[in-house]
Design a protein. Structure first.
Length: 222
């Protein structure tokens, strides 16, 4: 999931599916699902957000506005490819993006996987960046000392971008009453409590009359 990643585009005869990955994730996160759907005939597009699928320095520099621009560019790309309706699958932050796309007429349905709309702590978001940094450089076979020295220089992260991300997630609650498309909601036993509570909140507040919620136990995941 943390290797240098390219946008994934698989053409098929059926409608288009836009697959949106999580914070600190990449298009690789959606590769298996995209290939499965493509086998069933769907056109699948899984883009990388700004700064994602690259080095930690690029990820640090990306803002939530630039990430949102990446999502809008993905929609524009599918329009240019001749699709006037799409389905959106979002994982975590990708689900947040999917909810925000619900007011776009091109969006015909949503699948939300472990999607937060409640507060993610700044400490939790920074921890995601820290873990990504460690894994990325471990994959590059950097020494433990090199990684430790890098982290000492670059952490803690300035809070500005993390606060903006936190608020972007919270403000997505305003979109919920306007969601009228079919929606599938997924949460798993291994998710943090904020994801469970968020999925329940989405279920309660969206206007869609065509919604289903799925819960995966640990045994189901394994």
């Amino acid at each position: 999931m943390i290797t240098k990643s390219k946008n994934l585009y698989l053409k098929g005869p059926k409608p288009a599916v836009l697959l949106l990955h999580s914070f600190t994730g990449s298009a690789n996160e959606m590769r298996g699902l995209a290939r499965f759907l493509h086998t069933a005939g769907y056109t699948c597009y899984a883009p990388n957000y700004a700064g994602h699928g690259e080095s930690p320095e690029h990820l640090f520099a990306s803002t939530i506005d630039e990430i949102w621009d990446s999502v809008e560019e993905a929609v524009s790309f599918l329009r240019q490819e001749g699709h006037d309706s799409i389905y959106v699958i979002g994982q975590s932050l990708g689900g947040v993006m999917a909810l925000r796309l619900s007011n776009n007429p091109i969006c015909q349905g949503l699948i939300l996987l472990s999607t937060p709309v409640l507060e993610r702590t700044i400490e939790g978001l920074e921890h995601r960046l820290l873990r990504y940094t460690e894994r990325y450089f471990q994959f590059e076979n950097r020494t433990k000392k090199w990684i430790t020295d890098f982290i000492a220089v670059h952490f803690p992260r300035p809070e500005k971008n993390l606060i903006a991300l936190q608020q972007f997630i919270l403000q997505t609650q305003m979109y919920l009453p306007d969601v009228t498309q079919p929606v599938a909601l997924f949460k798993g036993a291994m998710d943090d409590a904020v994801y469970h509570a968020s999925i329940d909140l989405i279920e309660a507040r969206i206007a869609s009359r065509d919604q289903k919620k799925f819960y995966y136990r640990t045994a189901d995941i394994c």
